[in-house]
Design a protein around this ligand. Structure first.
Ligand SMILES: C[S@@+](CC[C@H](N)C(=O)[O-])C[C@H]1O[C@@H](n2cnc3c(N)ncnc32)[C@H](O)[C@@H]1O
Length: 390
């Protein structure tokens, strides 16, 4: 087995189950080929972990196992089976969920989603790319899918020195698949949808926000994508307006309304910031405003700008609420976390001249696990606030 030695600090991190070794933590440059499996050793030679190496990437080693076990078909079968076992109960309420969430399922660089009989995969690293065939064979053996689509078009592949891929790699995958999540139906375009098709990570949050909505409520779903939050609200008898910038997403909203037999709604193609600025002047008021923007802060450096954006969104959202109305605000970047959102809310409260009740503290659904030892696995945070009536 190839071996590399890492610094004391990296050894300490690995012993607390952090799964990465950075380039500058390798003690001696290694002549191991990029993508190969290596044993990671402490400066005193003790075994720490087994993973794959890529010296082109800032993250030089990603851990596959903290035990010296063979990385073979049996390994992938065990890892994938365990991930399926943990998620089996989700199938009682939804036929679409994430099966493998990269590091958080101890398979770094691999994302696998299940969409009602079809599988969508993303392989984002060279080390995982070299295991492609084993992974595909294991998924076929364990899941008997009707088809598998590869959506490995993530920009991160370029950093890893591998080409992007997008296409069907097994069976047939139709243009669209219908999924049912907590009784609400969605058409998902696996070929063109954002991410691997649908924002699965918000499943539980859609249900939680909807649990606060009642017949006749007025709901504004901003950054709606395919209409997730709004469709749940419609199922509770609310009146909903949808806002997004993407043509593809908005077409999906219209079709999802039809699919569920809901009457047509206002579906607005507008920049969310422009929309909110204008909406404040109209006198329209809502019982629930959902603000679920794309990641504003992909890096730590971008966090300050992102916080400004969140402040604007939340202040605008609060100003559109009826008394006792609720606003749900999400950040899908771990650089703007739950505490940051609460701080932003405290400031917005003063501006809105209203105390805010914290109704819910939210994170990604459990098919996107939060591993305590891997801080960035807590990438999605949300808060639901009620504007108190004074
Ligand atoms: C995180 S997704 C929303 C997911 C959605 N809430 C759901 O449950 O499926 C963010 C959405 O924001 C949209 N978006 C990005 N920038 C925008 C902007 N400036 N104004 C409006 N929508 C925008 C994207 O098209 C995308 O659909």
């Amino acid at each position: 087995m190839n071996q590399i030695t890492v610094t004391k600090n990296a050894a300490r991190q690995l012993r607390s189950y952090f799964g990465w070794v950075y380039q500058n933590e390798l003690i001696a440059p290694s002549d191991v080929q990029d993508g190969e499996i290596v044993d990671v050793l402490a400066p005193d030679g003790a075994f720490l972990a087994r993973g794959y190496i890529n010296q082109k990437s800032q993250i030089a080693v990603r851990v596959l196992s903290f035990e010296p076990r063979d990385i073979d078909a049996a390994f992938f079968s065990a890892r994938i089976s365990n991930a399926l076992f943990k998620r089996a109960h989700i199938a009682q309420t939804s036929d679409a969920y994430r099966l493998i969430h990269s590091e958080a399922d101890f398979l770094p660089g691999l994302i696998v989603d299940w969409y009602n009989g079809y599988v969508s995969i993303q392989i984002n690293t060279l080390g995982m790319e070299l295991q492609r065939q084993t992974i595909l064979e294991t998924l076929i053996a364990l899941l008997s899918p009707k088809g598998i689509i590869d959506k490995s078009d993530a920009k991160v592949r370029t950093k890893e020195g591998i080409e992007t891929r997008n296409g069907v790699v097994y069976g047939d995958v139709p243009e669209e698949v219908t999924i049912t999540e907590n009784g609400v139906r969605f058409l998902v375009n696996l070929h063109e949808g954002q991410k691997t098709g649908f924002y699965l990570d918000q499943r539980r949050n859609r249900a939680t926000v909807a649990s606060h909505i009642k017949q006749g409520d007025k709901v504004l779903d901003v950054f709606c994508n395919a209409g997730g939050f709004g469709l749940y609200a419609l199922s509770k008898g609310a009146e909903v307006r949808f806002v997004d910038l993407s043509d593809h997403a908005l077409i999906q909203v219209g079709r999802n309304l039809e699919l569920n037999g809901f009457a047509s709604c206002d579906i607005l193609k507008q920049d969310a910031f422009d929309f909110l600025t204008l909406e404040k002047t109209t006198g329209n008021r809502y019982d629930c405003v959902v603000l679920d923007p794309p990641p504003f802060a992909k890096t730590k450096k971008e966090a300050a700008g992102a916080i400004k954006g969140f402040k604007y969104l939340l202040s605008a959202g609060l100003s559109l609420l009826n008394d006792n109305g609720i606003v749900a605000l999400f950040s899908c970047s771990h650089h703007v976390a739950q505490n940051d959102l609460l701080e932003i809310a405290l400031e917005a409260s003063a501006r809105a001249k209203a105390p805010l009740e914290v109704v819910e503290l939210l994170r990604a659904d459990e098919d996107h696990p939060y591993i305590l030892n891997i801080p960035n696995s807590a990438y999605l945070s949300g808060i639901v606030l009620r504007k108190a009536a004074l």
